[in-house]
Design a protein around this ligand. Structure first.
Ligand code: GAP
Length: 456
């Protein structure tokens, strides 16, 4: 895990928040490569949900909502609290379920840090409070949302009516959520400010089981299609005592992180918990009326709730490879450990590197800059002229850049460049006039060696 964390910092994926002030507990900033990669994950999810499925529409609801929402949703009461224990000696705090088996009776576990005695467990609510209004004394207390889906439930009727939808249908949303987690660890796995990608599928109660099964498979396939290895993914049926307060049934999609299996996404059958509670508390009847049968009922909700930060971490861990002695056999090269980030083409933050063979030949640099200007409007590109060409290829492999374009002396004569494939390190020669289309085809998955003249 340490290797991933240091790669993220060194190469501009993730930085600790407020670092010059010593950091800010469990908050992270996504750097130039991190934000590109995160945006690619979000785009892949949005396209999957909105474009590849029928009857799913998008939403972007406000983070701040009436505190009544959180009262009705059960988040201010027992439902959304962790059991907290504190060490009487070193005063470190822990979530009880992290140090004791949640299924067993509380058995006075010892402090995992110093072996000291722990306090009796007490409930700790995870909602983050904030004040809304200019005068502090008169300001209303509300909460930063702890799950994006409550914004979807608030807009269920608006969306249904404005889009003239019929059940079954889905509403998808991506956005920030906040939880005052007791223990935060494992880098961006458990943080206090994170992003969720949630889809709420409204269906007839009799069809809930069928759709629960359907979404479970669909979501697992989404991760597989992003190139995550099958052996590192699993579905886990969550037993009743571990389920969230709103769920009738939960299956987690888990990834085998370097620190163990951890939840990437929850698939929940929320039943009619949300719409019936919001109806009761707001006085607004949120039941659906079937125009044909005239049946009036609360739709059941099947939820797919993934975390972008966790997907980001899982994808990085899965793609990260260390090659002892390096991959290059033709040159003496480094012979130390080489890093290859084998990211999916959709997810890689940089698609194309543009490299002049040497930096001390102005004509070559000029040509390479022209190629960079040509490609930059179409792909995320990086221009790099520092260091030997081998070293620059390795720098690109380390951040998962899909292809590198090298301008050499021959380019000045034949207006063609060398393209190198990240994974096979194979090279082809391509004319600059067809370069943009060729790169497009590479990104669409066409066979690399067939797209130009192979170089032996
Ligand atoms: N609306 C349902 C819901 O929020 P959840 O299982 O509490 O369900 C869903 O959260 C997903 O959100 C998790 O699978 C995880 O990917 C992400 N998530 C939750 N808490 C997180 C945290 N503290 N840090 C990072 N991601 C988190």
């Amino acid at each position: 895990m340490q290797k991933i964390i240091s790669l993220c910092k060194r190469r501009g994926f993730v930085f600790p928040s407020s670092e010059i002030y010593g950091g800010f507990s469990s908050c992270y900033d996504f750097g130039p490569l991190g934000v590109e990669m995160k945006n690619n994950i979000k785009k892949a999810w949005w396209e999957e949900m909105i474009r590849n499925h029928e009857n799913i529409v998008g939403l972007d609801a406000a983070i701040l909502m009436s505190p009544k929402v959180w009262q009705a949703s059960g988040h201010l009461t027992a439902g959304f609290a962790d059991l907290l224990v504190e060490c009487k000696s070193c005063h470190k705090r822990f979530r009880l379920d992290e140090i004791a088996n949640p299924k067993s009776e509380i058995r006075n576990p010892k402090c995992p840090e110093c072996g000291g005695q722990l306090t009796e467990p007490r409930k700790f609510n995870l909602m983050m409070k904030t004040l809304v209004g200019p005068v502090e004394e008169e300001a209303a207390t509300t909460y930063l949302r702890a799950e994006t889906c409550q914004g979807i439930f608030m807009n269920y009727e608006n969306v249904l009516n404005s889009m003239r939808l019929k059940i079954p249908f889905g509403i998808a949303q991506i956005g920030k959520s906040f939880r005052n987690e007791i223990t935060t660890k494992n880098f961006v796995f458990r943080i206090r400010e994170f992003e969720q990608m949630e889809m709420e599928w409204f269906c007839h109660p009799k069809e809930a089981e069928k759709y629960f099964d359907y979404w479970k498979k669909e979501r697992l396939n989404w991760y597989l299609n992003l190139g995550i290895k099958k052996d590192n993914l699993r579905l886990r049926e969550v037993p009743k005592e571990e389920r969230p307060h709103y769920a009738k049934e939960t299956v987690d999609i888990e990834y085998k992180f370097p620190f163990g299996w951890g939840e990437l996404e929850a698939i929940n059958n929320r039943g009619d918990f949300d719409l019936s509670n919001h109806s009761k508390n707001s006085g607004k009847d949120l039941r659906y009326v079937d125009e044909q049968t005239k049946e009036r009922y609360f739709p059941y909700i099947i939820e797919t709730s993934g975390g972008i930060d966790r997907s980001f971490l899982a994808i990085l861990c899965d793609a990260h490879q260390e090659i002892k002695g390096g991959r290059t056999k033709t040159t003496k090269a480094v012979k130390e450990i080489e890093v290859l980030l084998k990211l999916d083409k959709k997810i890689a933050p940089i698609k194309v590197a543009i490299l002049p063979l040497v930096k001390n030949k102005p004509e070559l640099v000029k040509k390479a800059r022209e190629v960079y200007q040509l490609l930059k409007p179409h792909f995320v590109c990086q221009y790099d002229e520092l260091g030997s060409i081998g070293r620059r290829y390795r720098r690109m492999d380390e951040v998962g850049t899909i292809t590198s374009v090298t301008c050499d002396f021959q380019t000045l004569e034949d207006n063609a460049v060398t393209l190198r494939d990240r994974d096979s390190m194979k090279q082809i020669r391509v004319e600059i006039s067809t370069l943009k289309d060729t790169i497009q085809k590479i990104l669409e998955g066409e066979e690399f060696l067939k797209l130009g003249k192979p170089i032996k």
